[in-house]
Design a protein around this ligand. Sequence first.
Ligand SMILES: [Zn+2]
Length: 337
Amino acid sequence: MSGQAEISELLNLSARLGRDPLLVQASSGNTSIKLEGTLWIKASGKWLAHATEADTLVPVRLDELQVSLSENDGFSTAGAMVGGDYLRASIETAMHAVLPHKVVIHVHSVNTISWAVRRDGEERLAERLGGLAWCWIPYVASGMPLARMIERALAGTPSATIFVLANHGLVVCGADCRDAEERLAEVERRLAVPARCCCDRATMEPMPGWGLPESPEMHALGIDAVSRRILTGGILYPCQVMFLGPRVVSLSEPEGAAGSVPFALVEGRGVVTSRRMTASQRAVLNGLMHVVQRIEPSAPIRYLSETEVVNLLTEDAHGYHACAERNAQQASVSNAR
Ligand SMILES: [Zn+2]
C-alpha cells in the first residue's frame, strides 16, 4: 500500500472513531501513523470526526522528535504548514513518538474511563484484559510526563500494545490501521459496561436563565442519586475540568447559579445547561454522562487531586477550548447516540 493510501486509511479510521461519542468527544483523542521517517499526527484542537473533510494530520520528522525527546523539550513547537495554516501537533505527540508501533490510536473511551477512574482499576482490568499485552499507566499530565510513563511501561512489557491511562483514557497500537482498529474493538468488547440508568421519567422543565440539554437522557445525571454523588465528589478526568470547569453544581433550585457554570444538576429532576454552552462543551458533557452512568455505585473512585486540577487549568485550558470550538464548525457531526 502506498504512503498516501495508508494516510487515507488513517483518516477514514479517525473519522469513524471521532463520530463515536463513546470513544471521542469534541477535539479529544488522537491518531498517528509512522511512514518513512515521518510521524503523521492529529493537529492540536482538531476534531477526529472531521478527519476526512478538513486538514487534520501534521507531518513531523521522527528524527527531530527524537532530538526533542532526548533534550526533554516538551514538543511545544512541533508542527507544520498544512493547507496554508500552521498546525500545531497534538499535545500527545511525545507519546506517539515513543511508541514503536506504526499506528497509534488514543481515545477517551467511556467504557475504559469508567474503569480507569477506580482506585482498584488495575486489578479489575486484569480480570477483563487477561491474555492481552496491556499496561496500566497511573495518572500523569499529558505531554512529556505521559510519554515518559509509557516509555517506562514499555521497558517492563516490550510487547505491550494496549495502555490504559488512569483518569484519562486508552491507547491502542497496531502494525497497520486494521490491526489497531481490531485491537481497539476487542478492548471495547471486554470493557463494555451497560449504562446504569436510562432516563425516561424526566420531569425537568425550562428554568429562568437556563437551557435544557439536547438529549433527554442527560437528565439521568440529576435524577440518579449515584450519579449526583459521583459528579459532586470531584473531577474524574482532564477534559472534564478543561471544558466544564473545576466543580459540578447540584442544586435544589438552579436559579442562583445561572450563567456561571456550563451545566447544573437539579436534584431528583434533571440537568439544566447554560445558554452559552459551546458544541465542545456539549460533546464533553455527553461523554461525562456516559462515563458516570457506567461507574458501579460501590466503585472506589480516584478523583484528580486539587494540584492536578489547578495544573490543568493553568495549562491554557481556555485557549485550548477556544481552539477546539473554532474547529467544531468545520463539519456538522451528530453526537446524538
Ligand atoms: Zn487524551
